[in-house]
Design a protein around this ligand. Structure first.
Ligand code: TYM
Length: 322
């Protein structure tokens, strides 16, 4: 299968990004043909500072490699290094009903908050459709919040195929059942814009502090608790070993524990979970030439694939006269 996904360099990656999406990229790279990119064109709708965008893009590449993305197995590249995608975006845009975009949540949310939206944000799902369709992707590993965008992509591809004959492969979203919507510190979806994140490579002490400040329902210590309804437990589940999890589950059901104990266990498990990635990250930071090389090789390969698809599409809709 061709697997493709993108991630925006709008801030440093958090647990939601990792457990919802990045972990899937890494698992799928062994058996499948993975294309993963840093969505800097999408990020341009929010990050307007040149140096900031550059450094977040480099950090994103280093983070993905440190977390286990293997450039010998998967193709890692930067979105804007494949200009064919922007051309495809225009072609798709000519067949995109306005109403479809008006219903998309990224735009709707911003409008509801009274913020000025630009055409980039409004047409964001079309660029995302172009990202997916340009590589004939079958599977798109993402978190729950991206499912609507993949539906839009399928709609656009389906109507193009209907109009011009089968030019596009229809992709499917792939979600990890238990991590499609990782909760943040406040129990809402973990998100940069809600300011409720735990960073993957954030300073361990800062992460511990944030965990200790998580507010929970007050409960007498001796009373049991339902692990499935508890935010701390949902986070612990992501980083604990099977044995640790079984022990914690039993403790919840038995009662006789305080939240402080769970928070400490969570912070300890998180530190262990990301320890080796932290070490790899430090090594990669000292080897910027390697990171550049990976991104250039990835872009060359991705461009070759996107060019083939774009030619097929241009042929199909009459943009080619020969
Ligand atoms: P982005 O950058 O917001 O998020 C990257 C990935 O992380 C997932 N994610 C989560 N999963 C579970 N729980 C959470 N709390 C959580 N927060 C974030 C997202 O679902 C996503 O998979 N539009 C995309 C980037 C993109 C893209 C694409 C993705 C551009 N082109 C083509 C797939 C295919 C975005 O903004 O993701």
């Amino acid at each position: 299968m061709r697997v493709l996904s993108g991630i925006q360099p709008t801030g440093r990656f958090h647990w939601g990004n990792y457990f919802g999406a990045i972990r899937q990229y890494i698992d799928l790279q062994h058996e499948h043909d993975g294309y993963y990119f840093i969505a800097n064109l999408h990020a341009l709708t929010t990050v307007r500072d040149k140096a900031m965008l550059q450094s977040l893009t480099r950090d994103a590449a280093i983070d993905l490699l440190a977390l286990g993305l293997d450039p010998n197995k998967a193709t890692l590249f930067v979105q804007s290094d494949v200009p064919e995608v922007s051309e495809l975006c225009w072609i798709l845009m000519t067949g995109t009903p306005m109403g479809l975009l008006e219903r998309c949540h990224a735009f709707k949310d911003k409008q509801a908050r009274g913020l000025a939206a630009d055409a980039g944000l409004f047409t964001y799902p079309v660029l995302m459709a172009a990202d997916i369709l340009a590589y004939d992707a079958n599977w798109v590993p993402v978190g729950q919040d991206q499912v609507q965008h993949i539906e839009v992509c399928r709609d656009l591809a389906g109507s193009f195929n209907h109009q011009y004959g089968k030019a596009f492969v229809l992709p499917e979203a792939r979600l990890l059942g238990n991590a499609a919507k990782v909760p943040g510190l406040d129990g809402e979806k973990m998100s940069k814009s809600y300011n409720n994140t735990l960073g993957i490579f954030e300073d361990a002490k800062a992460v511990r502090k944030k965990i200790m400040r998580i507010t929970t329902d007050s409960r007498p210590m001796e009373e049991p608790a339902d692990p499935d309804k508890d935010n701390l437990f949902q986070l612990y589940r992501l980083v604990a070993t099977t044995e640790e999890l079984a022990a914690m589950d039993a403790l919840y059901r038995r009662g006789g524990f305080g939240d402080g104990e769970v928070k400490k266990a969570l912070a300890d498990a998180a530190e262990r979970y990301f320890e080796s990635a932290r070490q790899r990250r430090a090594e990669l930071e000292n080897n910027p030439a390697h990171v550049t090389e990976v991104l250039l090789a990835g872009a060359a390969k991705a461009r070759a694939t996107a060019t083939t698809v774009l030619n097929r599409v241009k042929q199909a809709c009459g943009l080619r006269t020969f």
